[in-house]
Write a protein that binds this ligand. Structure first.
Ligand code: SF4
Ligand code: SF4
Ligand code: SF4
Ligand SMILES: [Zn+2]
Length: 610
């Protein structure tokens, strides 16, 4: 995977390839951090850079000569929103949303340190010897005349060789550079059209590859219904344009999770009108809010809403559509998980849909330059100009605090509804203000770095523990697990799950036994108790069988996905055993199994050391 872009120093533009399309020079390499998904900085990003500069150095972007120059930003891993800033062929700074002070900050790199030094905005220390790569500067540890903040480390010749940060007592080295002369980036005023001119060959090649791939997929799966998943984001807009260029006439599919920002919904209709395309809408309606009281806030490691607000409506829609070939705007640079996905495949939870991703190999820079090339950049969702890096559900636990701030700025009433819920939920479970302000509900198991940084003494969400009955679970003897079960426990649903997993099941007068290899589960309805005895990993299957009736919310997803129509629900679940093929799909999609099993199995593993 390429971890760099190039930069033409003569023309002052970023390059997707080595050679500049304007002057023919070979560009210099700029090594990027993380997944390396660079893009042009828009107005919102410039505002964040400006805020970072003001909060860190009390100076605005125009005072350091950065307004109007081409800036490339690249998202980097950090506790919250953070990106590196590339100007003139050099990474000049990291801009990040500081979770401690809840403000944007800017950490300058070598050349930018020099600019700030020259303007008297950055203090410095002269060092006689090469600094260690990281750590405290020992002989200056008691240096007391410094304010808190960044300071440049310079050598005898005044060359910047490092960046440090002072707190009340110590000076910590953050970064060091070699002693060679500071290279000054060559900054020129350039427009997006100039950048496109320098990259037009690579953009055309990417466009041609994507069109050929699209045509090939259409021919390969010619009998399928053609759809295009349009989310209101730039990637699906580029994919749509490629599909139209390739001669396709797809139906747009839009899944309204009920958590979309109004700009996104508007964009979907605007783009459909522009190309006179039909839209099929899947809608989750208000289901997020109805399930919220049952499940609590969604989290990065507890994404119940994806199944209920995305999978259920999409599944219902595709059941109407039938076998479909769906073009999607997925790109492998978006996330680590996506970097492992192929360009074509079958979604195992939507089995009648074959997806293909024509722009899987594109970076964001490819996408924006392509949209400019085909004059569709004005049709992109306006939220990108406001500083959003990605578009999706406005309260998604994958968002950073900085993104939530933008949602609040643009749509106060939507945000207010969510925060009213979070405030009530936090006060019910005695979470403090630090927890609420940093939106730590975004994790069930808070990453240790964040939990330690904010002295969170309960890094696991207790509302989940209450729900899964952890407090009622105890180790009986050997490898036995005893759990409480509710009065309304549905033995017939347990029977169904046993049949699907090939587990023996017998029941009589409120007593039931299920056996799988050397493991057993005993259910006693009178006592409201279930006991699992296991000598091996069989308890995992048995636990899923037990969890399904306990946590079932009657969402209906298992009924929707069953290819044999073996399941139905009136007062209780009905199961037609003779048509069931034991494909297991109903078990795989069940949100209650996923959610209940993930947490309960962890608790059992640690409690019983299985
Ligand atoms: S909020 Fe996030 S996790 Fe939930 S449905 Fe939306 S994208 Fe998925
Ligand atoms: S068993 Fe699972 S998928 Fe089926 S209705 Fe219950 S919660 Fe939904
Ligand atoms: S056919 Fe598959 S989805 Fe339907 S009930 Fe049987 S195992 Fe579940
Ligand atoms: Zn050039």
């Amino acid at each position: 995977m390429p971890k760099h872009i190039s930069w033409c120093l003569d023309c002052g533009v970023p390059l997707l390839q080595k050679v500049c399309g304007i002057c023919g020079s070979v560009g210099i390499d700029v090594r990027l951090t993380g997944l390396a998904d660079p893009r042009p900085a828009f107005e919102g990003d410039i505002k964040h850079i400006d805020e970072g500069l003001r909060n860190s150095f009390d100076v605005g972007i125009h005072e350091v000569g950065l307004d109007g120059v081409p800036i490339i930003v690249n998202r980097i891993p950090y506790m919250d929103e953070a990106f590196e800033v590339v100007v003139g062929g050099a990474i000049i700074a990291h801009v990040f949303f500081d979770l401690y002070i809840l403000k944007w900050k800017l950490k300058p790199f070598r050349w930018f340190c020099k600019i700030l030094l020259d303007k008297g905005l950055l203090p410095s220390i002269k060092l006689n010897c090469k600094p260690k790569s990281k750590g405290v500067i020992e002989h200056l540890s008691n240096f007391s005349s410094l304010d808190r903040g960044y300071l440049a480390l310079i050598d005898r010749d005044g060359c910047v060789i490092g960046l440090a940060e002072a707190d009340d007592r110590h000076i910590y080295i953050l970064k060091t550079w070699g002693r060679e002369e500071c290279e000054k980036p060559i900054i020129r005023r350039r427009s997006l059209d100039d950048i496109l001119k320098a990259n037009v060959r690579e953009v055309e090649m990417a466009r041609s590859r994507a069109c050929k791939f699209t045509v090939k997929m259409k021919e390969r799966f010619h009998s399928s219904y053609l759809t295009l998943a349009y989310s209101g984001g730039k990637d699906s807009l580029a994919t749509l344009s490629i599909a139209l260029e390739a001669g396709l006439d797809p139906i747009l599919i839009f899944n309204d999770t009920g958590l979309e920002l109004p700009e996104t919904v508007d964009n979907v209709h605007r783009v459909a009108d522009r190309f006179s395309l039909d839209i099929l809408e899947a809608s989750a309606g208000d289901s997020f809010w109805s399930y919220l009281d049952i499940y609590g806030p969604p989290a990065r490691d507890y994404r119940w809403c994806c199944k209920l607000c995305k999978l259920i409506p999409m599944n219902r829609l595709y059941r109407r559509v039938g076998e479909a070939l769906s073009f999607i705007g997925q790109r492998r640079f978006e996330s680590r998980r996506r970097s492992r996905s192929g360009s074509v495949g079958r979604n195992k939870l939507l089995p009648n849909v074959i997806y293909c991703a024509p722009i899987n190999d594109w970076t964001m820079l490819h996408v924006w330059l392509y949209l400019r090339r085909v004059k569709l950049d004005s049709y992109a969702n306006p939220l990108y100009r406001e500083g959003f890096d990605r578009i999706g559900c406005y309260l998604c636990p994958y968002c950073n605090v900085a993104e939530f701030r933008e949602v609040e700025r643009l749509h106060e009433e939507l945000w207010h509804r969510w925060m009213k819920y979070i405030d009530a939920w936090a006060s019910k479970h005695s979470y403090n203000q630090v927890y609420v302000e940093r939106h730590l509900w975004r994790w069930v198991n808070i990453p240790s770095k964040i939990a330690n940084s904010f002295s969170i003494n309960r890094p696991t969400r207790i509302d989940i523990d209450d729900k899964i009955g952890y407090s009622r679970m105890r180790l009986c003897y050997g490898k036995a697990i005893k759990l409480s079960i509710p009065k309304w426990f549905d033995l017939s649903l347990m029977d169904t799950s046993c049949y699907i997993y090939g587990v023996d099941f017998k029941s009589k007068n409120g007593l039931a036994i299920a056996s799988y290899d050397d493991s057993r589960i005993y259910v006693n309805m009178d006592r409201g108790e279930a006991t699992i005895i296991s000598r091996d990993n069989g308890w995992r299957i048995l636990l899923k069988i037990l969890i399904r009736p306990i946590f079932c919310t009657k969402c209906g997803l298992c009924i929707d996905v069953c290819p044999s129509k073996a399941l139905s629900l009136s007062n209780k679940f009905l199961f037609e055993r003779r048509v069931c093929t034991r494909c297991g799909l109903c078990m795989r999609v069940c949100p209650s199994i996923t959610i209940g099993f993930r947490f309960l199995s962890k608790r059992i593993e640690s409690a019983c050391s299985l």
